[in-house]
Design a protein around this ligand. Structure first.
Ligand code: IDP
Ligand code: MG
Length: 149
């Protein structure tokens, strides 16, 4: 009972994030990690990695019927990304607040996407949209022993 409660608490306070190819290509890993640190997130897992086209298609499979799916999966597999698991109270919504709208032209001023993103497609960062997806996405990229509490 205690352990289940603890696990529930941890899983509702983590999010999965990526620094996407456009940002890694432009040398923005350090800037974005600093913004994440300054916003009070704790890093629980972190790595530089690269998605194959098939891995990008699997990761974004919920968008497979969208007109931008081909563009999205090519972009996400063209060069390395940084994948991370972050912890903070209400991590999913707090991180989405920090990054702003999908489209940088409508993202609130000061958000990561408003500062760094190139376009609605090449928008520099990913953040999970629910606790359930945070868990699925973290497990897609990391083994249990790579996530440290
Ligand atoms: P989100 O990343 O803000 O959650 P989603 O709607 O889940 O946005 O879309 C996933 C990703 O697909 C976006 O971050 C962006 O890279 C890409 N994307 C979304 N809409 C468009 C579009 O209209 N054109 C091109 N790419 C898009
Ligand atoms: Mg999304």
């Amino acid at each position: 009972m205690f352990l289940l409660g603890l696990q529930k608490k941890i899983m509702s306070n983590i999010t999965f994030i990526m620094i996407k190819p456009d940002a890694v290509e432009r040398g923005l890993i350090g800037n974005i990690l600093k913004d994440i640190n300054d916003a009070g997130f704790n890093v629980r897992a972190l790595k530089l990695t690269k998605l194959s086209i098939d891995e990008a298609k699997t990761f974004y499979s919920v968008h497979s019927e969208r007109p931008f799916f081909d563009e999205l999966t090519k972009y996400m597999s063209r060069s390395p990304i940084v994948a991370a698991v972050l912890e903070k109270e209400n991590a999913v919504s707090e991180f989405r607040k920090l990054i702003g709208d999908t489209d940088p032209s409508t993202a609130e001023k000061g958000t990561i996407r408003s500062r760094y993103a190139i376009s609605k497609g090449e928008n520099s960062v990913h953040g999970s949209d629910s606790d359930e997806n945070a868990k699925i996405e973290a497990q897609f990229h990391f083994s249990g022993r790579e996530i440290l509490f």
